[in-house]
Design a protein around this ligand. Sequence first.
Ligand SMILES: [Zn+2]
Length: 187
Amino acid sequence: MVRLDLEQSKGNMYQLHPFVWDCWAPSKVKIFVWRAIDGRIPTKSALAYRGITFSDLLCPFCSIEDEDVDHLLASYPFSVAIWEEVCRWVKIPSSSNFVDVKSILFFGNGWSSNKVKKKLLITVFFATMWSLWCNRNKKIFEGKAILIHKVLDDIKELAFLWLSIRSKISIREWSLWFGFNLDGMMY
Ligand SMILES: [Zn+2]
């Protein structure tokens, strides 16, 4: 189903945002981000748009703003805190201009002229958005608390797993990855 979906939509995906798809995230996560760009992941706002009724559209975490994709993945306080931690980890200056999914991806694309570094960063960004989404679902459907350090660990482990499976980068030590030591990783 997912594979079919990807095959059918590949043309559009590459046409719209060619840079984004050149990373080591799995297909299901690429599809998730592709849908997120167009607001088509099942947040309350997106479901309401399709006719599902809620008592309110408020974000289940902050209860201040409506839950839509850009709020959830970029601008609500927990996401902001996660992006700050991710930026600190990958040693990029600041996430203050990460206002929505598109701005995050455009930043990733423009970050480095080194193709491998760019792919690496976009892979981390995909892992971040995917982890935010999975943890949101764990909280809503399983009542699990979401903690910043736990989500950050998820992101590091997930991106490491994807790199190990799909890239030719050899990471000699886990500590190099945790320190995001690029020189150590590229050798
Ligand atoms: Zn919120």
